[in-house]
Design a protein around this ligand. Structure first.
Ligand SMILES: *Cc1c(COP(=O)(O)O)cnc(C)c1O
Length: 368
C-alpha cells in the first residue's frame, strides 16, 4: 500500500538538495555560527516578502510572540485577547509576557477571530490582541485593526501558519503593530530545526526586539535590558534563505492542490470544505475538512495509509494548562464544535495528482 504523508519534507529536500548543501557548506566553512551574514540577509528579504520594513530573527515562533508582546509593553495586570481555537503557543506567549489570556470564539466559516468578537471582549485592562491567521488564511484584519485602533489596543498577528498569505492585497505581517512567524520545519517556510521572526514596520519596536533576543545588548558587553537569548542561528538563516526563494512557487502549488481538492471533494455533500474569505489569498498551510463522523473518517484514512491530523483537538479554554482562567465547556461553542469535526488531510506543494487522487478516492470509499 502506497502511504501518503500529511506533509512530505523529504520530497521538498530532494528538489533543492544541491542548492541547500551549498548554502549549509558556506556557513560551515566560514564558521560564523552566530550572527553570520546569512541572518541579516534573510531578515531583509523576509521583511520585504511580508510587505513590512523589519524582520528580526529569533529562536522560534513562540518566542517571537512573547518578544513582540514584551516590546509593546505588555506585562502583569494586562489582558491580551486571542482565539480559543489556536495552538497553545499563542496563549503561552501571553502568559510568558506576564499577562492574562482572554479568549474569544471564532467565525464558523473562516475559523478566525472577528472584529465583533474582539470588540465584545475588550475591557479597560486590554493591552493587546493576537489574531491568529489559522491554516494559512488571514483573519479579517481591516475590521480588526479598526476596532483595535479605536480602543488603543496593540495588535500582534500570529502569522505562524500564514507566510505569504494576503487579505485585501496586504500580506500577513504587514497589518499589525507586529507579527510573529514560526519557521518550525513543517510550516510553509520551515527551517531544519526551530526558528522564528518578529516582523514590523516600527523601527523602535524592531530595535527593542533585536536587543531583547540577544541579552539586551547594545554592545558586546553592555546590556540595556536583561533580555535573554533567542537568536536565529546562522545555519537556520541560510536554510531559510534558500527556501524563501521558492515561497511564491510553493504557495502557488499549495493553492493549486487546494483547488483540486475543492473540485473533487465537492462531490461529497457530507463533507464541509474549507471556506475562502472574500478578498483573501489563502496559502493552505493546512487543508481542513469537516464531518460529523470525524473519528470514523480519521480511522478509515489512517488504516489506508493516508496521513491525517487534527488542528486542534482541544480548544484552549478546555486545556488543563489554562484551568486557572476559569473557562468551561460551552463557553466557546464554535471552537468546541470545530474541534470535534475538523480533519487535516495531506497538503504539501509536491503532492502528485496520483497521490491526491488516492486521497480523494479513499475519502469517497468511506462514504460508500
Ligand atoms: C507553530 C505555531 C506557533 C509556534 O511556533 P514554534 O516555532 O513552534 O514555537 C504559534 N502559533 C501557531 C498558530 C502555530 O501554528
Amino acid at each position: 500500500m502506497l502511504s501518503i504523508p500529511l506533509v512530505d519534507l523529504k520530497a521538498q529536500y530532494a528538489a533543492i538538495e544541491t542548492e541547500m548543501r551549498a548554502a549549509i557548506d558556506g556557513v560551515l566553512e566560514r564558521a560564523e555560527f552566530i550572527n553570520g551574514p546569512e541572518v541579516a540577509d534573510f531578515e531583509q528579504r523576509f521583511a520585504a516578502f511580508c510587505g513590512a520594513d523589519f524582520a528580526v530573527g529569533v529562536g522560534n515562533g513562540t518566542d517571537a510572540l512573547a518578544l513582540a508582546l514584551n516590546a509593546l509593553g505588555v506585562g502583569p495586570g494586562d489582558e491580551v485577547i486571542t482565539a480559543a481555537n489556536t495552538f497553545i503557543a499563542t496563549a503561552e506567549a501571553i502568559v510568558t509576557a506576564g499577562a492574562r489570556p482572554v479568549l474569544v470564539d471564532v467565525d464558523p466559516g473562516h475559523f478566525n477571530m472577528t472584529a465583533e468578537g474582539l470588540s465584545a471582549a475588550i475591557t479597560p485592562k486590554t493591552k493587546a490582541a493576537i489574531p491568529v491567521h489559522l491554516y494559512g488564511q488571514l483573519a479579517p484584519m481591516a475590521d480588526i485593526m479598526e476596532v483595535a485602533r479605536q480602543h488603543s489596543v496593540k495588535v500582534v498577528e500570529d502569522a505562524a501558519q500564514a507566510h505569504g498569505a494576503e487579505y485585501q492585497g496586504k500580506r500577513a505581517g504587514s497589518w499589525g503593530d507586529a507579527a510573529a512567524f514560526s519557521f518550525y520545519p513543517a510550516k510553509n517556510l520551515g527551517a531544519y530545526g526551530d526558528a522564528g521572526a518578529v516582523v514590523t514596520k516600527d523601527v523602535g519596536l524592531a530595535a527593542t526586539v533585536r536587543m531583547m533576543r540577544d541579552h539586551g545588548r547594545t554592545d558586546k558587553y553592555r546590556h540595556e535590558y536583561a533580555g535573554g537569548n533567542s537568536r536565529l542561528d546562522t545555519l537556520q538563516a541560510a536554510v531559510l534563505g534558500v527556501k524563501l526563494g521558492y515561497m511564491e512557487e510553493w504557495n502557488a502549488a499549495r493553492r493549486a492542490v487546494a483547488a483540486k481538492y475543492d473540485a473533487a471533494l465537492g462531490e461529497f455533500p457530507w463533507l464541509t470544505l474549507p471556506a475562502r474569505m472574500p478578498g483573501g489569498r489563502h496559502v493552505y498551510h493546512l487543508y481542513v475538512i469537516q464531518t460529523g463522523r470525524r473519528e470514523e473518517l480519521r480511522q478509515h484514512l489512517s488504516a489506508n495509509g493516508i496521513g491525517v491530523g487534527i488542528h486542534y483537538p482541544l480548544p484552549l479554554h478546555l486545556q488543563p494548562a489554562f484551568r486557572s482562567l476559569g473557562y468551561g465547556l460551552g463557553d466557546f461553542p464554535v471552537a468546541e464544535r470545530l474541534a470535534g469535526a475538523i480533519l487535516s488531510i495531506p497538503m504539501y506543494p509536491e503532492i502528485s495528482d496520483a497521490q491526491l487522487g488516492r486521497v480523494v478516492q479513499t475519502i469517497g470509499a468511506f462514504d460508500g
